[in-house]
Write a protein that binds this ligand. Structure first.
Ligand SMILES: [Zn+2]
Length: 503
């Protein structure tokens, strides 16, 4: 510093900058030989040495490993005993065994082999140097955590202890130091709603509001505008119902939008629920299509809250009623084919066949609005061909195991399940897009190229007899064993003829 104070010695400004910048030059110099603290007697291990409690003991051992430049693995680490071995084991015989004394807190080194046969690596990453350790060590070293960058922390740790810590560990350590000073960042978010309430209470004319709108971004950006509505019973002591709105993403994966826990399923509760999510759902750029099993009050509720949306009904429920009136596999299969035909003339073809076999059955089917029941009349903007309400029912089965939990635990568990689901999908998606297209199924390839299923190559029916098989109730119920990817259809096969088979 002497030469800086003596400014007479500088020839021009550049010399001054060179002279003063060396104040920080050493700190930024990464390849410098790390400074290690002198070896104190405490840094040597001896049998019988003691620590006042397990936390002191763990902290000592971690420091010991880092300053001695080796990494240990924890073979046993509970409240009573600790057994560490060298990471290079079995080639390195180093190990220690520490146990708790009868007083219940003092830890003592019982046994061990303190000779390493591995070569400690200088300046490399040491897994023992985790964020908690870094935070503890740098807390007194850095003057102001808010202005210290993670890379600077990494350099400080390297100079002081000779270990490199990753940017991520340094970033985490910096946050820990900051949180000690300014409080928890997570809590800051959690307390925001309460803060708004308190502000409005203490000063009623204030404007204070908080909302989280990003949660449904994935619906508006990544899902088709199809929304399955369904409800299921809660199985806890006090019963109740869980109403849910479920959408499908581009890969036909379930996308839970919202659940509503209430006493009973009726028009009033559906209206209340739909009004709550109305603002978010209408952000979707396309016209919304609801699909439900025409529960009591639900149709009216949807009509009231979303008057301009489409509403489809689950054909399986219609089929149940149909089956009671008109018996026989042939009739029922024809009815399913009417519903599942992709093109209007094919639908008409099967409807006429049904009319020949049983005129009353044709009339019975025809009195329902076509655009709510028959695929060929669906609004194509939805890009979704489902004629059944299977996917919301898959959701009900997915949450089957948590439906008997107390309310708070159920919501917490559901939240966790959803996060796991979305994260797994995100990981799978990244992997799938890396894979060559030959590994994809034809339908996935079609979707990736932006083609609908209806445009896939089709074949003529082999005979005039419908080729579909009847779905059983069992197959519906067994489906939730894989709730994440509900099947396209109820297990029936239908091929769209390119020309009228009568011709
Ligand atoms: Zn070793």
């Amino acid at each position: 510093m002497d030469h800086i104070e003596d400014h007479e010695g500088f020839v021009d400004n550049r010399d001054f900058v060179m002279g003063s910048s060396n104040l920080y030059e050493k700190e930024d110099h990464e390849d410098e030989e790390p400074f290690l603290p002198p070896q104190t007697p405490e840094s040597m291990l001896t049998i019988g040495m003691e620590w006042p409690n397990i936390f002191e003991c763990r902290s000592f051992m971690r420091n010991f490993a880092i300053t001695q430049r080796f990494t240990f693995r924890q073979k046993k680490n509970d409240s009573k005993r600790i057994r560490y071995v060298c990471k290079e084991r079995p080639s390195c015989p180093w190990w220690v065994f520490i146990t708790r004394l009868n007083d219940g807190h003092t830890m003592t080194l019982k046994n061990g082999n303190f000779i390493h046969e591995c070569s400690g690596k200088n300046g490399t990453l040491n897994r023992n140097a985790n964020a908690i350790w870094v935070a503890k060590e740098i807390e007194n070293l850095i003057r102001d955590a808010s202005t210290t960058k993670p890379m600077q922390i990494s350099n400080i740790v390297y100079r002081r202890f000779g270990v490199r810590v990753s940017y991520y560990i340094a970033w985490n350590a910096r946050n820990m130091v900051m949180e000690k000073k300014v409080g928890s960042y997570d809590k800051g978010y959690a307390l925001c709603p309460e803060l708004c309430i308190q502000i409005q209470k203490s000063n009623p004319s204030s404007i204070a509001t908080c909302s989280r709108e990003d949660a449904l971004d994935e619906f508006t950006k990544g899902c088709r505008p199809i929304l399955g509505l369904d409800g299921c019973f809660l199985k806890g002591k006090y019963g109740g119902q869980c109403l849910s709105i479920i959408s499908l993403d581009a890969n036909n994966g379930l996308f839970p939008i919202a659940v509503f826990l209430c006493r009973s399923k009726c028009q009033a509760t559906w209206i209340k629920f739909l009004i709550l999510v109305q603002g978010q759902l209408t952000l979707h750029p396309s016209k919304l299509t609801f699909i439900s099993d025409r529960q009591k009050g639900l149709v009216e509720a949807v009509l009231q809250v979303f008057p301009h949306s489409n509403h489809r009904f689950c054909f399986r429920h219609m089929y149940k009623n149909f089956k009671q009136l008109y018996r026989g596999t042939y009739l029922v299969t024809l009815a399913w084919n009417v519903s599942k035909a992709y093109k209007k003339f094919v639908m008409k073809f099967f409807l006429d066949k049904l009319g020949v076999a049983e005129p009353d059955a044709k009339t019975w089917l025809e009195r329902e609005p076509y655009e709510s029941w028959y695929r060929s009349y669906f609004d194509a903007s939805t890009k979704c061909e489902h004629v059944t309400n299977n996917f919301p029912e898959s959701f009900n089965n997915w949450i089957f195991k948590i439906r008997d939990k107390p309310l708070n635990k159920m919501v917490e568990r559901l939240n966790l399940m959803q996060m796991t689901l979305i994260k797994a999908r995100e990981r799978g998606g990244t992997k799938a897009y890396r894979l060559d297209t030959e590994f994809r199924t034809p339908s996935t390839r079609g979707r990736v190229r932006g083609r609908g299923r209806a445009e896939e190559p089709s074949q003529l029916p082999q005979s005039s007899t419908p080729i579909s098989t009847q779905p059983s109730q069992q197959s519906q119920q067994s489906q939730p064993s894989q709730p994440f990817q509900p099947s396209h259809s109820t297990g029936q096969h239908f091929r769209t003829p390119r020309q009228d088979p009568n011709a």
